[in-house]
Each structure stands twice: as C-alpha cells, then as structure tokens.
Design a protein around this ligand. Sequence first.
Ligand SMILES: *[C@@H]1O[C@H](CO)[C@@H](O)[C@H](O)[C@H]1NC(C)=O
Ligand SMILES: *[C@@H]1O[C@H](CO)[C@@H](O)[C@H](O)[C@H]1NC(C)=O
Ligand SMILES: *[C@@H]1O[C@H](CO)[C@@H](O)[C@H](O)[C@H]1NC(C)=O
Ligand SMILES: *[C@@H]1O[C@H](CO)[C@@H](O)[C@H](O)[C@H]1NC(C)=O
Ligand SMILES: *[C@@H]1O[C@H](CO)[C@@H](O)[C@H](O)[C@H]1NC(C)=O
Length: 509
Amino acid sequence: MKMNGKIAAGITADESYAPELLNPFVHHLELGTTYEKIKTGIFTILLLPIRVVIICALLIAGWLIAIIGLWGLKEEDLRERPVTGWRRKLTGLVCFLGKTTYTAGGLHMVIKGRQASRSEAPILVIAPHSTFFDGGIIYVTGFPSIIVRRESGANPYIGKLINFTQPVYVWRDDPDSRQNTIREIISRATSPLDWPQILIFPEGTCTNRSCLITFKPGAFYPGVPIQPVCIRYPNKLDTVTWTWEGPSALKLLWLTLTQVYSYCEIEFLPVYTPSEEEKRDPKLFAKNVRNVMAKALGVPVLDYTYDDCKLMTRAKEMNLPNANSLVEVQKLRRRLGLDQTNVEETLIDSQIICKDCSKITFTEFAKYLNLSTNDLIVQQLFRYYDKNSPGVIDFREYLLGVLATSKNRSTLDSIKIACKIYDSSGVGKLSMDDFARALNHTLAMRIEETFDIFHQIDKPRLNYVTFEKFQSYAEKKAEFAGLFSLSKEEKFKPRNDNNICPEYDKKNE
Ligand SMILES: *[C@@H]1O[C@H](CO)[C@@H](O)[C@H](O)[C@H]1NC(C)=O
Ligand SMILES: *[C@@H]1O[C@H](CO)[C@@H](O)[C@H](O)[C@H]1NC(C)=O
Ligand SMILES: *[C@@H]1O[C@H](CO)[C@@H](O)[C@H](O)[C@H]1NC(C)=O
Ligand SMILES: *[C@@H]1O[C@H](CO)[C@@H](O)[C@H](O)[C@H]1NC(C)=O
Ligand SMILES: *[C@@H]1O[C@H](CO)[C@@H](O)[C@H](O)[C@H]1NC(C)=O
C-alpha cells in the first residue's frame, strides 16, 4: 500500500547527482576524552581566574592609552591625515599590550616571514578568517587601519581602540556605502601621506579553515601591491574556530583560556604585485592572490560565498528538488537576468500554461522563460534538470527550486508556492499525491506522514485539501510552530558579524 503511494506520488528519493558541496561553515568540537574534561575542569579553577584578571587589566590599560592617544583629536583630524609624533608612538605601546594580552591567555603568536612596509605593500590581505582571535594580527602587524562598520566605533570600549587605528568606516545607512568604502580604500592606499597599512580579511566571514572561499574584491580595487598573510592554528584541539555552526564565542574563549598554551601562526608571504591585467580586473587579482595563499596553506579553494552555502544548506534541509545544483542554477539565472525579470513568479501567478509541466522540452522551457534557445547558458540551465530523462525536464521542479531559494522566502511561503506548482486540478484543490509532493519538497516530510496529515485535514472526505486549509491546520499544531515564527531564519542570523570586515556585510550585497 505504502509502496503504491510512493510510486503514485512519483517522488524519487535520490536526486543527488551533483557533487556534494563541502560546507566549511561548521565546526564540530567535542572534548573527547575524560582526561581532557578533567584537565579543563582543573584549569578552569586554577588557571582561568588568574588569566582573566591579567587580561582585563591589560585591556583596560590598552583602552586608557587609546583614550590618551585620541585626546584632543577631532573626527576630521583622524580621517584626513595619519597621526604622528607621540600619538604614533603610543600605537606601539598598544601593540605591546595587545600582544601581551594574547600571551597572558596562553595563545602564542609565532611569526614567519617578514612584514612588508607600507611603501612595498599598502594593503595586508589576511586569510583564512576563522575566529575573533584573528584580531590579534592587528597588534602583530603594528596597528594597521581596519575596515569597520560605523556602529562598532560607537562602542565605548572597543570603539576607542578601533578609532585609534584610524579605520575606514562603512556607513550602513548610506546607499552608496560600498562605492564610498572602495573609494576610501583606494585613496588611502595610494595616498602620499604616511598612513598605516590597511588590513583586510577578504573572505568577509569566518570558515573552519578547511578551504579558502571567494575573496571579495574590495582589497584589490586599488590595484596596488598587497602582502598576503596566512593564519594557522596548529593545535591538537581546535578551540578557536568560530563559524556559523559550532560552539559559541564564550565557550571558545573558555576552552582556549583553559589550555596551558596554544599557537597562532602568522605567515607573511612575499608581496604580490599585480600585473596590468590584474590592475584592470580586481576579481582576477583577487582570484590569483587566493590561489597563492591556498597553495601556501595547502587547502583547496571553493568558489562559494557564505550566501551560497546558506542557500545550499537550506535547500537540502527543505528537500527542494535538485537541491545540490541550486547554487549553480541560481548563478545561471542571475547571468540570464531572470532574477530581475521574475518570469517564474509571473508564470505561477498566472496559472502555469503548460499542459503537462512534468515533462517539457528545451524549446518549451526557453519559451516559458522568454529566452533564446541558442543561448548556451539557457542550454546549460536546462541540462541541470534533464539528468534522469534526457530531452525533457520536470518544469515544476525547476520552478519550485528557484522560487523557494530566491528573495529570502519563508518556508511557509515556499509551501504556498509548492501547492500552486503541484496542483494538478489548477484550481487550488490538491489531491493526496499533489499534497505529498508539496510537503516532501518543502518540509522534507515522508510520504506516509503527508498522507496522515491529508486525512486529518480532509475530514469531510472531499479528496482534496487546499493550502489555506493546511495553513489553518498547521497553526494549531506544535510541530509546525516553526513555520510561523522566525526560528528558521534566525538560525542563519549572522552570529559572527564581526567588526573586522563588515564592509562585506552579507545583508548589504
Ligand atoms: C570543516 O569543513 C569541511 C568542509 O570544507 C568539513 O568537511 C569538515 O568536517 C569541517 N571541520 C570540522 C572540524 O567541522
Ligand atoms: C569613534 O569615532 C567616531 C567618529 O569618528 C565617533 O562617532 C565615536 O564616538 C568614536 N568612538 C568613541 C568610543 O569615542
Ligand atoms: C521577452 O524578452 C524580450 C527581450 O528579450 C522583451 O522585449 C519582451 O518584453 C519579453 N516578453 C515578456 C513577456 O516578458
Ligand atoms: C529576510 O527575512 C528576515 C526574516 O524574515 C527579515 O528580517 C529580513 O528583513 C529579510 N531580508 C530581506 C532582504 O528581505
Ligand atoms: C521525502 O523526503 C524525505 C526527506 O526527509 C526523503 O527521505 C524521502 O525519501 C522523500 N520521499 C518519500 C517518497 O518519502
């Protein structure tokens, strides 16, 4: 009986033909052995309090020096010219205190290679970015300017230290913030004045260091020589990695401070001078620098941004059709301008025009999307879907996949769309099979469960349900509560929206 249901619904369990995407935004950390647990317990009592006291004292000292260093300076002074004289000397003292703070915490910074001067390389490019501990590099590199959100500067403690680096501020409420930031970086990097170097984490978010993700081009626009700097944490137990899925900042801080010692290795690579071509093409420049760094680190490069991985994770969680290819599919859609025209949305709103959307040919596909059949990108897009039966694709799967993963849609919204797309009646009356498909491809629900729900909703035995009926049913059930709260979205709220590289804030792109 159940088998029949599955076949009738025509849902195939396995659709993972595309290679699995690695997700470097997770960090699994467990205190493995009892020995380690006991050790951590003992050091929490013996070592942690002493370290915390020393660190706090050093931080306060650093803060006071920053206040002194900024004394009597106006905002314009800081923005227009580099500080000089005794103020500049004080930055050296802040660096000393900063480095001592790390040593007091047991995190030893080991330096390899030689830092270039500003005249050799006005910009330092740091990767991989994996934790807030990376901030220590600011002290090691002699207090370079960082790029931070304006709001971070307002923080009464950290704001003083940030302001003392003479940062490039990003104004979030400024609609041209991206352009202005890039302009500011260019003018700093090419200025004849003796500014500090600019320090940039081009990945823009933290990974678990297993690969280098896409470098944002910000650091590469000025087309000046840059010095790549690699960060490693060669420790047996990784207590530092702070990425999107994994231990909290506080837990990491605790575990790191209860290690007797750990290492942070900072390697200055040779200065990279861009070719003429790279000067004209910041993206190419960024890519080539990333390759150099990946080679030095011995890790692969992954052409994914954080947004891509977020999309992929969600698509898989929802069991969207063709989930593994959706990142590529969305990229092709963008190249075709479909994200602008929203043809797909118009199609489902205007009642889909195809007679049998489960099997459409390439010519029909191109026609529905108002694209040319000669376009190679259109052909490529089609090919992502015709793996099972060459020549025809299930247009519904295409529509659901792209619509559910565009525009920050909620899961409930996606279910609504799925109900429209899989509705074989055309009037919103979903049969048991339609309904099963819709829920399997949005809530990853097993077919037997969907049949149960169907029967509970369809008490009058009409042999159909509607999206609205499902919605009012779900509102009353605890297991669907997630659909009506923000929990799903909140899970992906940037937790390490740190102030080191928010120029590349995910939300602003
Ligand atoms: C780091 O990311 C990779 C994917 O690139 C993953 O395979 C690995 O399990 C992750 N490491 C940890 C410790 O979570
Ligand atoms: C840092 O500078 C900005 C503007 O230059 C200012 O608005 C902010 O209050 C300063 N932060 C602190 C803590 O003084
Ligand atoms: C189809 O695309 C052409 C340009 O390629 C455009 O002029 C036309 O308005 C589009 N039609 C629809 C229905 O979107
Ligand atoms: C995306 O969704 C979240 C949660 O529903 C919301 O807070 C945010 O403003 C949305 N962003 C955009 C760009 O629509
Ligand atoms: C429905 O989705 C789940 C994912 O949770 C999957 O395991 C299952 O095979 C799918 N199809 C059916 C027929 O249940």
